[in-house]
Design a protein around this ligand. Structure first.
Ligand code: AMP
Length: 401
């Protein structure tokens, strides 16, 4: 089992009985485009429910706070948390109430009127521009609502906003919720004390978004396996022809220096699926990376690479994966990504720790139906990427005692 060397309290370490608990959650859920707005995927709400339920059971008075979408610092019906309130009402009934704002005298009254086990959901934090500005006076107003601060919003931990960072300066007791704790244990554990062999698999569209992740992981992992669109910039850096494949010309030099610095740790595909056009129905075939035809483009890793990557995965004790191996949204080019998901599921079954970092790799994993076969699937796209880059997330730093 992984553990992290970060020091923070969890809700199990603090007294919450009859306390007003400000619980920062990530309820940034997708809604229907037109009114009446309805939630189309409640995964994020479900992910926070163990923390909410534990707090309620222990007699806390829970004040839920979240952002939703990108309102411009003022109320907008399409970004209201009302649909979340209605969803939660179906789950927990009359124990939950809604506040039309997140600060102010009226909200304070509602917070103070809460009984043990009851829940108050605040309106969207980002209806106030001060939230994203980490305004101290606004953070103080939020802090006034509660006795205890709990952060369970890992997906927002890379933002130094008032409800994530500022507020922690004005509450005496702060702790991580269960979701935050799980994210930190797995992502932190992977970086701080992985069981070896430790391999990282990095894919996705471009090198540019993942340079820092590759660099950080090269310093920690035994091998870094490369797939996805960034493959072709690496191949070009090795002097190979890549036809019409995605290439970041301005990153070729960087790819060369990463290859030199890696000293054999970087595994670049040896074969690739190429397509005549960027279409699922286009003519396609597998070729060696030494023989990419001029008018074709690379869209997936090839069968030989799948075999090599699978062998590495099955030898490993710790595996972290971020980014698809090909254009997985097109079924003909999803094989490489699916094969990685399958190999990781098998590795988990053999006792390896497998961690999938947010964003598109999670979508690909959902598509494969293997998400529950991983040790941990991160709920935070941007946050997990920044974490894997080795950055200290403001929301995590704020919790550390
Ligand atoms: P990212 O957000 O960086 O993880 O990139 C994910 C996107 O990369 C997905 O939409 C994939 O379709 C895309 N992608 C993966 N492989 C390729 C490729 N060979 N060529 C173009 N796009 C790709």
């Amino acid at each position: 089992m992984l553990y992290t060397t970060m020091h923070y309290k969890t809700i199990d370490d603090i007294d919450v009985q009859s306390k007003r608990v400000f619980l920062r959650v990530d309820f940034n859920v997708p809604l229907t485009k037109e009114a009446p707005y309805r939630i189309t995927d409640a995964t994020r709400i479900k992910a926070a429910s163990p923390t909410i339920e534990a707090l309620r059971k222990r007699g806390a008075r829970v004040i839920l706070a979240s952002h939703l979408g990108r309102p411009k610092g003022a109320p907008e019906a399409k970004y209201s948390l009302k649909p979340v309130f209605e969803h939660l009402q179906e789950k927990i009934g009359s124990a939950i109430s809604f506040a039309n704002d997140c600060v102010g005298a009226e909200v304070e009254k509602q917070a103070n009127a809460l009984k043990d086990g009851e829940v108050l959901l605040l309106e969207n934090l980002r209806f106030h521009p001060e939230e994203e500005k980490n305004d101290p006076a606004f953070a103080q107003q939020l802090a006034k609502l509660a006795d205890v601060y709990v952060d369970d919003a890992f997906g927002a931990a890379h933002r130094a906003h008032a409800s994530i960072e500022g507020i922690t300066h004005y509450v005496s007791v702060k702790a991580a919720g269960y979701l935050m704790d799980k994210e930190l244990k797995y992502l932190g554990g992977v970086l701080q004390n992985p069981a070896h062999p430790f391999i990282a698999i990095i894919g996705g569209a471009k090198i540019s978004g993942k340079i820092d992740v590759i660099q950080n992981l090269l310093g920690r992992a035994d091998k870094v396996l490369i797939g996805g669109g960034m493959t072709y910039t690496f191949l070009k850096a090795q002097g190979k022809e890549v036809g019409k494949s995605l290439v970041e010309e301005d990153k070729i030099e960087l790819a060369q220096s990463l290859l030199a610095q890696a000293g054999g740790k970087l595994m670049i595909p040896t074969d690739t699926v190429v397509a005549g056009e960027f279409k699922n129905e286009a003519e396609h075939k597998s070729v060696s990376v030494n023989n990419i035809p001029p008018d074709w483009m690379g869209v997936d890793i090839g069968p030989e690479t799948i075999k090599q990557f699978t062998e590495e995965i099955l030898k490993a004790k710790t595996i972290v994966w971020n980014g698809p191996m090909g254009v997985f949204e097109m079924s003909n080019y999803a094989n490489g990504t699916l094969a990685i998901a399958k190999a990781m599921a098998e590795a988990t079954g053999k006792g390896a720790t497998t961690v999938v970092g947010g964003g598109d790799s999670v979508a690909a994993l959902e598509q494969s139906g293997l998400a529950d076969k991983m040790s941990h699937v991160s709920t935070g796209g941007g946050a997990s990427l920044e974490f894997l880059e080795g950055k200290t997330l403001p929301g995590v730093k704020a919790l550390e005692s």
